[in-house]
Design a protein around this ligand. Structure first.
Ligand code: ATP
Length: 136
């Protein structure tokens, strides 16, 4: 069995990761999924949360926001609607987005769909959490 995986993470705009890794964790639709080399093939929707992986012995963090993931025994492909490496996250922007979403949730008069505001809050909080972790 191979002892590494190729991880590819892309959005419709850009490729963020194409690396040999030994471990990947990512948010599936129904909770976090851990992938090691030799994992059974699967295709899943991607949730909102942290994608972490280990490359050359170092753990790295991204925030990912919906999309799809394909797992093969030697390959993980992630196509996310949006994704950022922890170190490129604009913390002030994420704070403003979280505050805006909270105000929208608390004020139905603003007319914003609560599900959309909730998703925006989750994206912002995930970005803030990933930015804190950066590279271990
Ligand atoms: P905002 O309200 O701040 O735009 P959002 O959650 O609506 O946040 P998205 O629609 O998910 O933003 O993303 C739009 C683009 O901006 C994507 O390319 C995403 O990677 C990028 N992006 C969003 N927020 C941040 C951030 N805090 N730091 C860096 N890039 C971000």
């Amino acid at each position: 069995m191979a002892d590494a995986l190729e991880l590819e993470v892309a959005t419709p705009e850009r490729q963020l990761v194409r690396e040999e890794v030994t471990e990947v964790q990512l948010p599936g639709k129904d909770g976090y999924l851990g992938v090691l080399p030799g994992h059974a093939p699967l295709l899943s929707q991607l949730g909102i949360g942290y994608l972490t992986y280990v490359a050359a012995g170092r753990r790295k963090y991204l925030s990912v926001h919906s999309g799809f993931v394909e797992v093969l025994p030697d390959h993980v492909r992630v196509l996310a609607d949006a994704a950022e490496r922890a170190e490129e996250i604009d913390v002030e922007r994420a704070r403003r987005a979280a505050q805006r979403a909270q105000e929208e949730l608390l004020n139905p008069n603003l007319g914003v769909d609560p599900a959309a505001a909730m998703a925006a809050l989750m994206r912002a909080e995930t970005r803030l959490g990933a930015a804190e972790k950066k590279t271990a």
